[in-house]
Design a protein around this ligand. Sequence first.
Ligand SMILES: [Cu+2]
Length: 95
Amino acid sequence: MRSFPALLVALVVTAMPARAQPTDAEAEVTRIDKAAGRVTLRHGAIARLDMPAMTMAYRVADPKLLDGVAVGDRVRFAADRVGGSYTVTVLVKAP
Ligand SMILES: [Cu+2]
């Protein structure tokens, strides 16, 4: 059996879930709108974004971030301002 071409290996590695990335705050998911790529989070203070605790809707950088996440789940997340919209870039279930 032939070994995988290097390009295929590179594609597979790129498609694998990212390693544990730093998160900014813990939150509770209060609403998910997968079609619109939005999630509403009741979150704690986010020092890096100078944002107090609140409930707000975020865009998600990738709809796949919403896979396996349900309303009521405790999550940890990271967000950034992308094109003027607060956007969730990392979303994982809280341990
Ligand atoms: Cu907020």
